[in-house]
Design a protein around this ligand. Structure first.
Ligand code: FHN
Length: 438
């Protein structure tokens, strides 16, 4: 009986994650920020083929380690990175600390495959953390659960990294301890960390969308998550596992899709109604530096993504994959500059707004802030008619955001439908109409 009661207690303790007041406050601030910079970078960038190159070319662990001898990012400038994010209107940076290849971009004592053993010999994370602090940008850390180099990671049951030459038997307890030690370093030596962004869970499941997708290993998330929250209670935990949120997580992310969409095939999970949401996307098609990837999205497309995310109550985490020397390619700089310029003018319609009050429509989305609703026309409305269903508000005025000219409208109180009679110039990414509510 006693044992059963104890098991019951343990189970209950696991089931009841109660975010701390600091954590709840951090969630609010996270939602206000709406736009962040994702940075995928490391020795894999040297090969110019994206961050999956080790897996894709079946590079053996010992051969891959050679990259450490010539990863020398002398053009890395933390001040420039943070300024670039700031000028783009981004409010936070999510930096890869350790991707699937196992390379650590900080001075870790837990593995010698790290930045201090490259010719560069400098702790890039420290420089970035200090600079974020100086320039008022929040710092989130990406941390891979999946590992293609270590023997103790359960690669036998994994989907990827099977051909990197490992033969020793894995040992998850040892790997778990390693991760806990690394996370403790990250959350102890780099000041205030706003969030940990996990990735790689899906390595231990069947493909997203299949009927059966539980993990083949017990990751012991309760231990990992409680350690993080113990070290920094405000630190938000998100896990890009492509399934419904797990107990202990503070935000939910979507990869290459806005919440509620599933074009990329990762997002069969529904958007949480309680947790803050985030969508991550690339500017071209690659996360890590890819020398032949010229499929750059237009500035308009990125702006629409950002607005589409805000309209669904989500942040956009937009990726850059710096070059191996630390320089950021001009195309990324230009796009970020263009979005920054747009946000300088239209930021009030994005930051600190709420989406999803009116569901996304064919023509676009609506964001709300205090007594104002911003209608974002992302596509040309059919017959110059913009319908807003479930519009349960009283209207004071409706004007164009740019020209302040009154927009013709009809409000059918019975069906709660607001109809705006307006159109959009095709060349504009977004036409905004401001509804002042009573
Ligand atoms: O495998 C990673 C990939 O390299 C990249 O980091 C993205 C970012 O969301 N996540 C994984 C794929 O789901």
């Amino acid at each position: 009986m006693l044992v059963l009661t104890l098991i019951g207690f343990v189970h209950l303790a696991k089931a009841q994650y109660k975010p701390s007041p600091e954590n709840l406050e951090a969630r609010k601030m996270f939602e206000q920020m709406r736009f962040g910079m994702f940075i995928h970078w490391g020795p894999s960038s040297l090969l110019g083929s994206g961050e999956w190159v080790m897996n894709n070319r079946n590079i053996q662990v010992n051969d891959y380690r050679n990259l450490m001898n010539f990863f020398n990012p002398t053009a890395f400038d933390a001040k420039e990175y943070v300024a670039l994010a700031k000028n783009a209107g981004m409010k936070y940076i999510t930096f890869i600390t350790r991707h699937h290849d196992s390379f650590s971009l900080w001075d870790t004592k837990q593995s010698d495959f790290n930045i201090m053993n490259t010719p560069y010999k400098k702790d890039v994370l420290k420089m970035l953390a200090d600079e974020c602090n100086k320039q008022g940008i929040k710092l989130f850390l990406y941390y891979s659960l999946l590992d293609w180099s270590r023997n103790d990671y359960p690669y036998e049951t994994g989907r990827t990294g099977k051909k990197t030459g490992r033969i020793a038997k894995s040992d998850y307890n040892s790997y778990l301890q390693f991760m806990k030690n690394q996370l403790t370093e990250l959350l102890t030596n780099y000041g205030k960390i706003s969030g940990i962004w996990f990735d790689g869970h899906w390595d231990q499941t069947n493909k997203e969308g299949e009927a059966y997708t539980p993990s083949r290993i017990d990751w012991k998330y309760d231990e990992i998550y409680s350690l993080i929250h113990k070290l920094q209670p405000w630190c938000l935990i998100g896990n890009n596992h492509h399934i419904d949120p797990i107990n202990g997580e503070d935000f939910q992310m979507f990869e290459r899709d806005l919440p509620g969409e599933n074009k990329a095939g990762y997002s069969f999970q529904a958007a949480s109604k309680h947790l803050p949401l985030e969508t991550c996307e690339t500017i071209n098609g690659s996360w890590g530096y890819n020398i032949t990837d010229n499929k750059f999205k237009s500035d308009a497309k990125i702006i629409k993504l950002l607005v589409g995310a805000a309209g669904r109550n989500a942040n956009l985490l937009l990726n850059i994959g710096p070059m191996p020397n630390g320089q950021i390619q001009q195309q990324f700089v230009d796009t970020l500059g263009a979005v920054g310029k747009w946000l300088a003018k239209y930021g009030e319609t994005i930051y600190d707004t709420k989406g999803n009050i009116i569901k996304p429509q064919d023509w676009g989305v609506v964001t709300f802030k205090d007594k104002v609703a911003y209608v974002h026309l992302l596509e040309n409305p059919k017959n110059d008619i913009v319908e807003l269903p479930n519009f349960n508000f009283k209207v004071k005025s409706i004007t164009g955001f740019d020209d302040h000219v009154n927009v013709k409208y009809t409000l059918d109180n019975k069906s709660s439908k607001l109809i705006l009679h307006t159109t959009k110039d095709k060349s504009q990414a977004d036409k905004i109409i401001k509804i002042q509510l009573k």
